[in-house]
Design a protein around this ligand. Structure first.
Ligand SMILES: [Zn+2]
Length: 369
């Protein structure tokens, strides 16, 4: 255990990050999601050097482009290796990483992190149950790393296997869902929190927040009402500075997630701070595979199509690998319904992809609500 007791208290943090780090950081402006919209010309130019590019959803119609160089990827993989140590699965495990491995950076990075930790890795794309079963039968993994919704969706083919640990990430999971999954699978869940813009932290055996290393990722908490940074222990928007990636600097990035930082020593023995996550700053609807749509996008679409934001309700449910968005809205015409569906599909690249592959259906119901 001793190697994971990183000494990142205030004094050590200053030594790691440089004495003037926090003062310098506070002089820099906040960065928002729109700063990451894909700029194709710029990307082509930048491709002259050592880069890997991932496209991911943005709240605008343009995808975000996130690029890393080899050293960024190595640094992030090293950090995920530390996650494995915290979870107690560093070395000798066979890990099935059941995620999208092409469009989502988290899949390949999870694989590299486990390899760095001395585990064997089987990357498995989200294909048919038959295809996944065939691979799992052949390799008998001891750990599975996936999204909570995939543990639900594939429970019939996964839950009877003997997993030591279930690693989850990418989607919020409430206590009820966690308890249900741990019971079905008879294994402990360790959740990790991060964004495509940067991996943040992992749960310890106490499962009370995400431990993170301040030499890897520096977090600030911004007031929900102003640009002021609030003290430790207070809730606000999580602002992330990713210290592992340099090809595309992520500095003071406003994540849209809400949380607070705790610095009291956790009974697990780790001295690293913990991030307690509360959810999104604005309401977010989670669809499939970590793809989400925000309430504010829906409001903008209704405003654009109808000229005003009417009374409405949205519900999202997932059945047999298909996400359904139910939108109840008072008095709209068939052509307005069609327009709304079209606009929602264009919300971002990931939503568009779900529609294209028939994994997302819209049901617009007009009724008095
Ligand atoms: Zn702990």
């Amino acid at each position: 255990m001793s190697q994971i007791f990183t000494k990142i208290e205030d004094e050590a943090r200053e030594r790691v990050l440089g004495r003037n780090f926090t003062a310098l950081l506070k002089s820099l402006p906040f960065m928002h999601e729109t700063s990451l919209e894909a700029k194709i010309n710029e990307l082509l130019f930048r491709f002259e050097s050592d880069l890997r590019v991932y496209f991911t959803s943005g709240t605008t119609k343009k995808p975000k482009a996130l690029y890393s160089n080899s050293s960024d990827i190595r640094n992030t993989a090293d950090y995920i290796q530390w996650f494995c140590e915290v979870e107690g699965i560093a070395g000798g495990e066979t890990v099935a990483v059941l995620m999208d491995h092409s469009f989502w950076a988290v899949g390949p990075l999870t694989c590299l992190g486990h390899i760095a930790a001395g585990n064997s890795v089987i990357p498995i794309d989200l294909r048919s149950k038959e295809a996944i079963t065939e691979v799992l039968d052949a390799v008998a993994p001891t750990v599975i790393s996936t999204l909570p919704s995939k543990l639900e969706e594939y429970a019939d083919i996964l839950s009877k296997r003997n997993f030591k640990v279930l690693e989850t990430t990418g989607e919020p999971m409430n206590e009820k869902q966690r308890a249900r999954l741990e019971k079905i699978y008879n294994a402990e869940i360790f959740d990790a929190y991060g964004l495509t813009e940067g991996v943040v932290g992992v749960e310890c055996k106490n499962h009370n927040g995400y431990h993170y290393r301040e030499d890897k990722v520096y977090l600030e908490i911004k007031s929900l009402k102003s640009d002021n940074i609030v003290p430790d222990g207070r809730f606000g928007e999580i602002v992330m500075t990713n210290l592992m990636c340099h090809a595309q600097p992520i500095i003071r990035y406003c994540t849209g997630d809400a949380g607070k930082i705790l610095r009291d020593q956790c009974s697990c023995g780790l001295r690293n701070p913990r991030l307690i996550l509360r959810g999104r700053v604005g309401k977010t609807h989670y669809l499939l595979d970590g793809v989400k749509i925000r309430q504010k996008n829906m409001q903008e679409i209704l405003q654009e199509v109808l000229g005003h934001v009417p009374q409405y309700k949205i519900k999202v449910s997932v059945k047999e690998g298909i996400a359904y968005i139910y939108l109840d809205v008072d008095q709209i015409s068939a052509s307005q319904s069609r327009k709304i569906i079209e606009k929602v599909s264009e919300t971002n690249y990931d939503v568009f992809n779900l529609v294209r592959t028939n994994q997302l259906k819209f049901i617009i119901r007009t009724q008095n609500i």
